[in-house]
Design a protein around this ligand. Structure first.
Ligand code: ZN
Length: 251
């Protein structure tokens, strides 16, 4: 990808993120790798839905600004660390999509294997511990799972998604937010039916090469066991009984 293409890709993905409500005001940041030594990134403090190609900043691998009148995004450290650790990654999007960020605030990872297409492409979306935005704490928070995942929830903050290209990183963001919306609706309906271990195994045969980096995830694998299904029923029953008792005790 040349610099001209990278500038246009960042403008395009910034606009799509803003129009979909994945970022508000001047939130969020995107970048793409130009070469082993060069990265193009969004500027700090600008609305990502209103960028022009010349607003894009070009930096070296250490974060030194080489082109662009503005400062690079305040989360540039996160982007640079990911490019160092993951030579396969060509694009990164950090956003605050409302439903997935709600899960991040509730500190609940998107960990159930419930949607075949998500299982086959993203796997689970782990929750990174809280880190102060714009500091080196953020890349440190995702480091333990950086090699095995392409999408992360940042506790009380938002999402980070990676791809071979910037558009792939954006598509991962779309999938994460839709996955969060579906999980939220299923929780509201009161029942989440997870895929069984067999279902997941079959899926990896149907979509060879599309499997995520470490399928199946440990959480889903455990959830798919019959025992945990029984536990969930028990928990629901216990909650129901407790609520009944509390209601009965109300003056
Ligand atoms: Zn953020």
């Amino acid at each position: 990808m040349n610099i001209w293409q990278a500038r246009n890709a960042i403008v395009d993905i910034g606009r799509r993120c803003y129009e979909r409500g994945f970022v508000a005001a001047t939130d969020g940041n995107m970048s793409c790798r130009l070469s082993n030594r060069l990265v193009a990134a969004t500027p700090a403090g600008m609305c990502k839905g209103r960028l022009e190609p010349e607003d894009v900043v070009v930096l070296d691998a250490n974060g030194k600004r080489l082109e662009g009148a503005r400062e690079a995004s305040s989360e540039i450290l996160l982007h640079l660390e990911i490019y160092k650790e993951r030579p396969d990654v060509g694009g990164i999007v950090h956003a605050h999509p409302p439903t997935a960020t709600g899960f991040a605030v509730a500190r609940m990872p998107l960990a159930e294997c419930v949607l075949p297409e998500v299982v086959a492409t993203l796997g689970d979306v782990p929750l990174a511990p809280y880190a102060t935005p714009s500091t080196a704490e953020v890349p440190e928070s995702i480091r333990p799972q950086l090699r095995s995942h392409n999408a992360f929830l940042l506790a009380n903050h938002g999402t980070v998604t990676l791809g071979e290209t910037l558009e792939e990183a954006y598509f991962a963001l779309e999938k994460v937010e839709q996955f969060a919306q579906v999980l939220l609706v299923a929780r509201q309906l009161g029942r989440i039916s997870v895929l069984t271990r067999d279902d997941v195994a079959k899926l990896t045969q149907v979509t060879p090469g599309k499997a995520p980096l470490d399928l199946p995830c440990q959480v889903c694998d455990a959830d798919a066991s019959p025992e945990s299904g029984v536990d969930e029923e028990l928990v629901r029953e216990a909650v129901r009984l407790t609520m009944e008792r509390l209601r009965a005790e109300e003056p």
